[in-house]
Design a protein around this ligand. Structure first.
Ligand SMILES: Nc1nc2c(ncn2[C@@H]2O[C@H](COP(=O)(O)OP(=O)(O)OP(=O)(O)O)[C@@H](O)[C@H]2O)c(=O)[nH]1
Ligand SMILES: [Mg+2]
Length: 301
């Protein structure tokens, strides 16, 4: 399956929902008038762009229609595509892995798909010829490290883990030293999503960040926030909190295969101004796609 087909298949539920609603807006109205804009905005909100982002997109469309004297709704469809692509382009969509080693710190609340996403990224990096080390800094549950170990075995990545309840920052310290000794290219750190409270989580993430900074001051670093695409606007609230406490540099949206509300990708990029770098479209190792704004929007609209 090609890249475009894969996005289309992964986003099938969103596409089905949108082709019904958006399709009837673009074909049902013969001219671009207020009713057209109202209906369009409603469709975008339903697809989970959110009130704010949908409103912004429609305002931009009105401006383009005015400036370019567009008359046909089909022309408006083309213009909307370009507007949404533009709204998604908020930074470099590629991972910054320019140093050896480089570090990806993966964060997010429990169950969103952090560990699975790490396994999928490991697979891509190993396939690209990189030496990858997974660090099990989710020491909250023993099963978390076991799950990461399975992914390491499956993808050909290496693993550093300790016992349940170990200090996550100490595991990261171990991982970095192992990476330096072994000539690792990419270190990927798994963290706990479930902690007693927000202050606790913040302390732990801070501590891990400080260790990385101290031990690898010149390394390229990504702080990848994983969000469950099916949680919609709630995920967005979570994301804003993480952005505040953890200096997020990149976002992965998972489980888009399971939702008709894939427009959340646009809402997240627009609201946070942080690039979406991956989308998850299934549970298997190959079901993670590097994000490409144009292919994404063209698959949707
Ligand atoms: N359909 C689908 N399922 C996914 C996707 N990504 C992850 N999952 C599933 O979501 C569930 C949770 O994934 P995990 O990777 O364990 O999530 P986590 O964030 O590490 O969870 P904790 O370690 O408990 O915080 C698993 O059943 C995964 O298979 C995706 O893109 N699509
Ligand atoms: Mg996990």
């Amino acid at each position: 399956m090609g890249f475009f087909e894969k996005i289309k298949a992964g986003m099938a539920k969103t596409r089905a929902a949108l082709s019904g609603t958006l399709g009837s807006v673009f074909t049902g109205f013969s001219e671009i008038d207020d009713d057209f804009y109202d209906e369009l905005e409603e469709c975008l909100i339903l697809a989970d762009l959110g009130v704010e982002t949908a409103g912004k997109a429609v305002e931009k469309l009105k401006k383009t229609v005015r400036e370019q004297h567009l008359k046909q709704t089909e022309e408006a469809r083309q213009a909307l595509r370009e507007i949404l692509i533009d709204m998604l382009n908020v930074g470099d969509p590629a991972l910054n892995l320019g140093t050896q080693p480089s570090v990806i710190l993966v964060i997010g609340v429990n169950g969103v798909g952090k560990t699975t996403t790490i396994g999928k990224i490991a697979r891509q990096q190993v396939e690209a010829g990189k030496r990858v080390l997974l660090v099990a800094a989710d020491t909250f549950r023993a099963a978390a490290a076991d799950q990461l170990e399975i992914w390491a075995g499956r993808t050909g990545a290496e693993l550093v883990r300790q016992h349940e309840g170990a200090d996550p920052a100490a595991v990261v310290f171990d991982g970095i030293h192992a990476a330096k000794a072994r000539g690792t290219d990419v270190i990927i750190i798994d963290t706990a999503g479930r902690l007693h409270n927000k202050a606790n989580l913040m302390n732990e993430l801070n501590k891990i960040s400080r260790i990385v900074e101290r031990e690898l001051p010149d390394a390229a670093r990504e702080v990848l926030l994983v969000l469950d695409g099916t949680t919609g606007q709630n995920g967005l609230i979570q994301a804003k909190q993480f952005k505040e406490i953890a200096g997020v540099t990149a976002i992965a949206l998972t489980k888009l295969d399971g939702t008709a509300k894939g427009g959340i990708v646009i809402a997240v990029a627009d609201a946070l101004q942080i690039p979406v770098k991956f989308i998850g479209v299934g549970e298997k190792a190959e079901d993670l796609m590097p994000f490409e704004a144009r292919a994404f929007v063209e698959a949707l609209i």
